[in-house]
Structures are given as C-alpha cells and as structure tokens.
Design a binder for this molecule. Structure first.
Ligand SMILES: [Zn+2]
Length: 510
C-alpha cells in the first residue's frame, strides 16, 4: 500500500500537514487503511498453528490469506462503483486545491508588482511574458489570468476558500464570478451586503450544479443591486445592435442584441414554425428553424413602426407572467427607491422583464395568466385562470421550473409530467404525485435502480443506486422578501393558496 522505503506513519503525518497524496486520500483514510493492514496481519498470524508459524518464520511457507467473507456479485459491483465515484471525487477535490494554489500564487505575484520600482504596467507585461515563455501560452493570456486571479482572491475570498477546500468546483466558481460582476462594479452596494450575497451563493453552490446556480444567482444579485431594474434596463436597451461574425467554411453567425421579450417571442415563433415542419422534409429541426428565421429576415416586410418600440409591437402571444403577489398590489414607489421594481416580472419563468415592457405587452394581449408567488419564499402559491386543467399544468410548471432530477437544468417545456408513484402501480393523478422530469431522466427513473418519493410541498427525495439520498426542492421563481412591513395582501394570498381567483384590487393589470 505504501511505497517501499517510506515509513507509513511519517507519510501519514506529511499528508496531515498538507502534502498531497497522489490518489487523493486523506490522512484519516490512510490511517484507517494502515490500521486495517495491521489488524489483518495480526489475525493471519493468530490463525496459524505453532508448526505453521515455525515454517513461516523459517521462510518455507508464505503467510496464508484469511478466508474473507464471500461477496455477492451485486455487492462487488456496488463496492467497485462506490470506489470509482469516491476516487473521482478525491481527484476533483485535489484539482480544486491545486487551482486555488495557482490562483494564490498569481495573486501574490500581482500584489508584489505594486511595490516594485518602475512602471506598474511594464512590470506586469514583463512578468506575464516570463510566465508565457515557461507555459507556452501568450503573454496577454497570462496577464489576463494574473489579473483575474488577483480579483478572485481579493473580491471573492469566500468563493475562493470554498474552492480551495473542494466544497465547490471551478464551474461554480466561474458562475459566481460572472454573476457577481455587476455587484462588484456597483460602488453603491456596501461591502457587508456584497459579502452576504457571496456567502449565499457559495452555500447554494455546495448543493447545486453550476447551471442551477446560474439561474438562481441572477435573481439573488438582482435583488441587492441598488439601481432599480427599470433604470438598468433603460440603459441596457440603448445597446441594441446587430452583429455579423465570419465562421469560416462559407458560414456566418448573425446576432441580435435586443429586448429579451422580443428575442423570446421571435425564438418561440421560429420554434413553432419548425414544429410544423413537413414529415418528408429532410432538414433537421435546427436547420429548419434557422431557415425560417433567415426567410423572415430576408423576405419579410420591414414594419412601418412609428409610435411603438421596434421588435415588441406585433407580439400578441399568450404572455405568462410571474409576479410577486406584493408587487401587484403596490402603487409605484413615490420615494423613487423603485424597491418593488427590483423584481418586476418573469417571462416564461426565466427572463426578468421591466414593468414598462410588461404593461405594453399586457395592453396588447388577449390571454394572460397571473401566477402568485409566496411573498416570503418566492415559491408559486396559485395561478388565476379560468381553465382548471390548464391551471393545474401551469401550477406544476411553475412549481417545478426545471426537470426535478438532482442536477438537471432542463426547462419544464422540454420535460414530461411524471407520476412519482407510478400510475400503473396505483399512483394518483394529483399535484402531490406529479413532477416534471426531462425525457432522459424520466427514462432513467424507470430503467435504473434510482427511486423517488414525493414529500410535502413538492419536495422530491431521490435515492441513488449507491444509496445517496438527495432532496430536490421546488424551483424558487421569485425573490424572498425579507421585510414584512407592507406585505399584508401578499400574506393573505399565501395563506389562502387554494383561492382560485384571489382578487387583488387592480387599477391597471399590474
Ligand atoms: Zn432532467
């Protein structure tokens, strides 16, 4: 088990002091296997007769192995799988620790540059070029990495520590870095608040995949940015543009930076058109959809749009809006704080939309559904609509948000509604026994040793073939309002979640 010539106790002490075991084992694991080795050795000697012992001592007989308990084929597979999974996890932890060590090294070097004589930028170029030669990368790349490392260590110390400890992986770290960029640039957000958000994101990263973290992080960060969403949106919408990028092989990428609502509507329209692709058309779904978009752009008419906002006029699809119950009931803030507009509305459960756009769409729209969120937890509580079956589906979509499989981020519109307890086996068609699973995970649930149970409030409990139990909570759609000053109406809505048409006193649709 240990290399020849290395004393096991010394080796374990070294690992305990921070040395890295090439197999990712911890000092405790090493100690445990050393103890087991000693126990085994002692037991084998004890099992020998006096005569056999003499033979072993004289070197005429090898020490016989103990007859171990017979392992079933199933137990052997299970053990091998556990070992494989454990080894992979140990390597991940080790990789994270090395990446963090590299980041610290770069950051420390970057910090020292400030104390060195000469021009800072020139010194940075020179150091980066030395690194570049050694690592066979460009000096620009090395410079960017040094700057990024320095920022990470100084601006996101909690995330950096969590990564070094192997509690989160580099995907999580990148997600936190990207999600907090606006927050770190906003000088009006105080340091304590920034640290609190970082802490919340790190805690979340410890139980989610980077994909899940990304969608939730956006909302958490939006909540604390002091500039109201409407103002940020008004500024951002000025950056609308079309860009063209050569992709080689006679192909190009045509992009439009535009209002999220318009992008979503255009995308949905092209998708709907592609769904009606004739069966004998040899093009794939994606090819057909791309052709639809280009046909519309090259042959469609440019609208004569004088009064409205280009790209939003003409959208009359059913708009499903998610609105915190409290935001519905408030007049716009008179103090200019825009607090209730921090979370104005969600389009199709994923894109934040500003109130102005929402008002304009609602005025044009014939069908729309309102989804009420619990004002404290942000979990959907009810939907008001006149079609109960549809309401139930809508309710489930809102509750689940994603495929409910642990770690899966597939949106509900690409998922099946699964009977948690199989319908064939007597499972009921009720909200408490239904949950969204994407096709892949729907199949996996039925074809493998995974088991699923539905607990209260839409919480699902998954048990892996290796016996690991994972909880999957319903997706939180909205913000969790923490202050309780003026949420009386919202509280009523949430204590009577079964009220089909809880009537908020509305002057406008919002
Ligand atoms: Zn899935």
């Amino acid at each position: 088990m240990f290399e020849d010539g290395v004393d096991a106790e010394e080796y374990i002490a070294a690992v305990r002091a921070g040395a890295i075991d090439p197999y990712g084992r911890t000092a405790d694991e090493l100690q445990e296997s050393l103890d087991a080795y000693d126990r085994d050795w002692t037991e084998r000697l004890m099992a020998l007769t006096e005569e056999q012992l003499d033979e072993v001592v004289a070197g005429r007989m090898p020490l016989p192995a103990l007859p171990g308990p017979i392992e079933s084929e199933h137990a052997a597979r299970f053990r091998a799988e556990s070992e494989f999974v454990g080894r992979a996890r140990a390597l991940e932890v080790q990789t994270a620790r090395l990446e963090a060590a590299k980041r610290e090294l770069y950051a420390a070097r970057f910090a020292r540059l400030a104390d060195e004589p000469g021009v800072f930028d020139t010194n940075l170029h020179e150091t980066a070029s030395n690194l570049a030669v050694e690592l066979r990368l460009s000096d620009r790349t090395m410079e960017r990495r040094m700057i990024a490392a320095s920022r990470m260590v100084s601006e996101l110390p909690l995330a950096h520590d969590a990564h070094r400890a192997g509690r989160i992986n580099s995907g999580h770290l990148r997600t936190i870095e990207q999600a907090t960029e606006a927050l770190r640039l906003d000088a009006t957000v105080d340091a304590g608040e920034r640290a609190r958000v970082e802490q919340e994101l790190v805690a979340m990263a410890e139980t989610t995949t980077p994909g899940q973290l990304r969608s939730r992080a956006k909302r958490i960060v939006d909540r604390v940015l002091t500039e109201p969403f409407q103002q940020r949106h008004d500024r951002a919408r000025e950056t609308r543009e079309v860009f063209l990028q050569d992709e080689g092989d006679g192909m190009a990428f045509l992009g439009v930076r535009c209002l999220a609502v318009a992008a979503k509507a255009a995308y949905n329209r092209a998708t709907d058109a592609a769904r009606r692709k004739p069966k004998d058309d040899p093009r794939t779904f994606d090819q057909y959809r791309a052709d639809v978009v280009m046909d519309l752009l090259t042959r469609g008419q440019v609208p004569d749009d004088v009064n409205g906002v280009h790209g939003v006029n003409g959208i009359t699809a059913t708009v499903a809006l998610t609105i915190p119950a409290t935001a519905l009931l408030r007049e716009p803030a008179s103090d200019g704080s825009g607090r209730q507009e921090l979370f104005p509305a969600l389009l199709d459960d994923e894109i934040l939309v500003d109130v102005d756009t929402v008002r304009m769409l609602a005025a044009e729209t014939v069908t729309w559904e309102r989804l009420f969120l619990h004002p404290v937890t942000g979990v959907p509580v009810t939907v008001d609509t006149y079609r109960p079956n549809r309401a139930m589906r809508r309710w489930l979509r809102a509750r689940d948000g994603r495929c409910r499989w642990p770690g899966c981020n597939n949106p509900v519109y690409r998922a099946d509604v699964d009977h948690t307890h199989d319908w064939d086996a007597g499972g009921a068609t009720t909200i408490g026994n239904l949950a969204h699973l994407c096709r892949r995970h729907h199949t996996m649930k039925h074809a493998t040793a995974w088991t699923v149970q539905q607990l209260e409030d839409g919480v699902l409990e998954f048990t892996s073939p290796l016996g690991v139990v994972l909880r999957s909570e319903p997706e939180h759609q909205g913000p969790a309002f923490v202050d309780t000053d003026d949420i009386i109406w919202g509280t009523i809505a949430c204590t009577q979640p079964s009220l089909p048409n809880a009537p908020p006193p509305l002057n406008t649709p919002f």
